[in-house]
Design a protein around this ligand. Structure first.
Ligand code: 13P
Length: 251
């Protein structure tokens, strides 16, 4: 049985004060209702420290949205895994489609980041997903398989890896993949992982779905056999909605 994992990706939203307020409100709403699953919030870098304090001992995981693949050095504007670790981050989101599309991140770079994050003891949440054009051209499986293979190249141990399947056409559009569409790709990701790492590792790997998850569709998505939780964008910015999605995963 895989533990469900729900993470709120706040993207470039929330000041320190707003982030602390949101975290406090989430905690009030979910209380101790997350005993059976893993819950995380991914504020922007600037709010990580404040949110960490608000999280306290509640068990919510502090997640970063990105990192650089070098240890340190002349990389203006970048943040290293050691910096994230020192802030108390437990995980880092890597290869989000916004990073790939808007900031030119390739799977090769994502692979370097995954290895760096794992080396520092951070959980790597590696995002994959196709664009609408790719889906319409019928290359979804091929594309996603390629992203998984390249992103995990040279990674021996998946214990601390989570894959997030986020179809680009479903992100921030209000257009959610149907549970069937999402399940189909999740199953194919698990097959790819099974081909490389074998049955046991594939059976343990958590694969989250992301893309317009809302309180109204979360339970159905999370009930699919290969969907192990969600990576939540817009709905994670509202405490009530995020708490409802957490409840859908944890019950
Ligand atoms: P939305 O939930 O806003 O569609 O965003 C999904 C996402 O990109 C999470 O990383």
């Amino acid at each position: 049985m895989r533990t469900k994992i729900v993470v709120g990706n706040w993207k470039m939203n929330k000041t320190v004060e707003e982030g602390v307020g949101l975290t406090t409100a989430i905690l009030e709403l979910i209380g101790d209702g997350m005993a059976d699953c893993e819950v995380g919030v991914a504020p922007p870098f600037t709010a990580l420290d404040g949110v960490k304090r608000a999280i306290g001992r509640s068990g919510i995981r502090l997640v970063a949205q990105n990192c650089h693949h070098e240890d340190d050095g002349a990389y203006t504007g970048e943040v290293s895994v050691r910096m994230l670790d020192s802030l108390g981050c437990a995980s880092v989101i890597l290869g989000h489609s916004e990073r790939r599309q808007l900031f030119g991140e390739t799977s090769a770079v994502v692979n370097l980041k995954v290895k760096k994050a794992l080396g520092a003891g951070l959980q790597a949440i590696m995002c994959v997903g196709e664009t609408l054009d790719e889906r319409e051209r019928g290359v979804t499986e091929e594309l996603v398989t390629g992203q998984v293979r390249e992103g995990l190249d040279g990674v021996d141990d998946l214990e601390n890896v989570v894959i997030a399947y986020e179809p680009v056409w479903a992100i921030g559009t209000g257009k959610t993949a149907t549970p069937g569409q999402a399940q189909e790709v999740h199953a194919s990701i698990r097959r790819t992982v099974r081909d490389i790492y074998g049955e046991t590792v594939a059976g343990r790997l958590r694969i989250q779905y992301g893309g317009s998850v809302k309180p109204s569709n979360a339970a159905e998505l999370f009930s699919m056999p290969d969907i192990d939780g969600g990576l939540i964008g817009g709905a994670s910015l509202k405490a009530e909605d995020f708490a409802a999605i957490v409840r859908a995963a944890c019950c």
